[in-house]
Design a protein around this ligand. Structure first.
Ligand code: GLU
Length: 303
């Protein structure tokens, strides 16, 4: 398949679309990103790579890291993990407080902020040096050296009013075991990881390969866990727009407020798109459009 031609053809189509959303403002450092950036990268299980635009530029992966922290925690704890976090779509915003109160501090899924904070708490309990060990875990998947951005982590910490409310509420229900500041510090760091589209697509390839890292052949998670992580991405990976994303794109994936989206086509490829302007639900506006046209034109959804 000549992906290079398909990528430029689709980009030429979407760049003419007038309303393109706006860059995330609530984390000051993210508001500084050039909104015109656009990159795509696809890596397949035959080892082929296809890139377009700013595919080699680093950006803040934000919530996309929640899939990787879930993977690490799930591998450590197994099914016990699901006693503290659910697997249902929330239908509410990524940082919503409303469900948490009447569901007694158990977040709907690991990809809304509350759920990711519980996963961060689990990793703080299980790991001796969470920040270092998590980064080592990510680096073995992407085969390059990626890093946290101290500026983005500090920027998010400086205005973390809603995340502070979420974690305090869960602590009051007994669903956060460690010191709140320690968990939040780890959470802000994992969200601050910076990657290129190429690194991101390479990192997620294990989820297209039944949990096995395609380059090293190391089993990251078993086939059943890989299937389950993909199914949570399918149902919960796009905030309260997960249904629409599934309807239009039809691939499991995860977005972040840095404008990145990663999707997986099991047994074939992983693909990352980056465009910083977000739609009203917090998903990359052009990234979503690009993926919609991509899976439609070449009939590449999983359905
Ligand atoms: N670090 C961001 C937050 O906690 C992640 C949001 C996202 O990408 O969805 O608000």
């Amino acid at each position: 398949m000549d992906f290079n031609n398909i990528f430029s053809e689709i980009y030429n189509e979407i760049k003419a679309i007038p309303s393109k959303g706006s860059v995330a403002q609530y984390i000051p450092e993210l508001a500084l990103v050039d909104p015109e950036k656009f990159g795509v990268s696809l890596v397949n299980l035959d080892g082929e790579k296809f890139h377009f635009g700013n595919a080699q530029e680093k950006f803040s992966i934000q919530s996309i890291a929640k899939v990787l922290s879930l993977t690490m925690a799930y591998e450590i704890q197994g099914e016990k993990l699901w006693e503290r976090v659910g697997v249902e779509p929330s239908g509410t915003a990524f940082n919503s407080l409303v469900q948490l109160e009447y569901e007694k501090g158990i977040p709907r899924n690991p990809f809304i902020n509350a759920g990711a904070l519980v996963i961060a708490d689990i990793l703080v309990s299980e790991l001796k040096n969470p920040k270092k060990e998590f980064l080592d875990f990510v680096n073995q998947l992407c085969h390059t050296k990626v890093a946290y951005s101290p500026q983005v982590a500090a920027s998010e910490k400086s205005c973390a009013y809603v995340n502070t409310a979420l974690i305090n509420l869960m602590k009051s229900f007994g669903n956060i075991k460690n010191d709140i500041n320690e968990v939040m510090d780890f959470y802000f760091h994992l969200c601050s990881i910076e990657m290129t589209c190429e690194e991101l697509s390479q990192t997620f390839l294990f989820l297209a390969n039944d949990g096995v890292c395609a380059l090293s052949q190391k089993v990251i998670v078993d086939q059943s866990k890989s299937k389950r992580i993909n199914s949570i991405m399918q149902l919960c990976g796009f905030y309260d727009e997960a249904g629409e994303f599934s309807f239009k794109v039809g691939l499991p994936g995860k977005s972040g407020v840095g404008g990145g989206i990663v999707v997986v086509r099991p047994h074939e490829f992983s693909m990352a798109v980056w465009s910083p302007r977000l739609n009203a639900k917090g998903n990359s506006f052009l990234g979503t459009k690009f993926l919609e046209l991509f899976t439609t034109k070449i009939d590449y959804s999983i359905f």
